[in-house]
Design a protein around this ligand. Structure first.
Ligand SMILES: NC(=O)c1ccc[n+]([C@@H]2O[C@H](COP(=O)([O-])OP(=O)(O)OC[C@H]3O[C@@H](n4cnc5c(N)ncnc54)[C@H](OP(=O)(O)O)[C@@H]3O)[C@@H](O)[C@H]2O)c1
Length: 245
């Protein structure tokens, strides 16, 4: 069966690696994001690698008026419709503390923008009785920490949204995979201090495809983050509030 993926936030290096791997498997990619030059370059690369459809499209999570054109293109594709969400922004927590008006944008980027798009795509997937959604959240959404608690809250909201969407789409043969990466070597983490066990975007992309094949519900990637987060989540709140982990 034909299969097409809309990739939101396709300028992320993780998304680019994922799009390349999909193309090599002969799946179509609609590359959605803000930087059209970057998206066009990835689209050309995906075509060379074998994608039957590779199209760059404008998408801004804070501008819902950019969503419909992408949904229309998805509706025109034959076969399974799939989505992978890589959109997210992580400003310095200190900057948000100084200017709380930044909170809305962080929530829109990681949670409400992608969720609004997925709400519109879901009925199309239900009509076709198949399809996969990958939502990239973060281990930061598992527990609020002093260093990035607004970003973490946006990701936690997205995780909960994806859990409900998984329940909904499961009834029509669809699948939703929540992804919680640890540290990945991308522009988001460039220059950040205190990073350890850093994964490459290609490793993450490979783990996503394996997760899709196994219909994993919640994927910690690399895998050991499941155990690290189990420990972090088990720390009692009276102690956790004194830590800077
Ligand atoms: N790197 C890590 O260690 C790590 C760990 C856990 C989770 N994650 C998550 O992984 C995903 C990919 O991040 P990354 O590490 O690859 O960093 P990244 O390069 O900064 O990717 C973030 C992506 O989100 C897009 N984006 C941000 N705001 C947007 C908006 N309003 N509308 C449309 N697109 C928007 C960016 O587009 P522009 O290029 O236009 O800015 C970019 O494509 C993010 O959801 C991030 O939270 C990353």
């Amino acid at each position: 069966m034909n299969s097409t993926w809309v990739i939101l936030g396709a300028t992320s290096s993780m998304a680019r690696a994922f799009a390349r791997q999909l193309s090599e498997r002969g799946e179509g990619v609609i590359l959605a994001g803000r930087d059209m030059n970057d998206l066009q370059a990835t689209a050309s690369d995906c075509t060379l690698r074998g994608a039957p459809v590779a199209k760059a499209m404008a998408f801004d999570a804070r501008k819902p008026e950019t969503f419909q054109a992408i949904l229309d293109v998805m509706a025109d594709q034959d076969g399974a419709l799939n989505a992978a969400v890589f959109v997210g922004s992580m400003p310095e927590q200190a900057d948000i503390d100084a200017d709380p008006s930044m909170i809305d944008g962080v929530i829109q980027d990681s949670f409400t923008g992608p969720a609004t798009f997925l709400q519109a795509l879901a009925p199309m997937m239900e009509d076709r009785d198949c399809g996969t959604v990958i939502g990239v959240g973060s281990v930061a959404g598992d527990r609020g920490r002093i260093g990035n608690y607004v970003y973490g809250a946006a990701k936690a909201g997205f995780h909960t949204y994806l859990s409900g969407l998984r329940n909904r789409l499961n009834r029509s043969g669809g699948h939703v995979m929540t992804v919680k990466p640890g540290f990945v070597d991308t522009s988001m983490t460039w220059g950040l201090e205190g990073m350890f066990l850093v994964a490459s975007p290609d490793e993450i992309a490979t783990s996503l495809l394996k997760g899709v094949k196994k219909k994993t519900n919640v994927l910690y990637t690399p895998f050991f983050w499941r155990y690290i987060m189990r420990i972090i989540k088990s720390i009692p709140e009276p102690l956790f509030k004194k830590l800077s982990v």
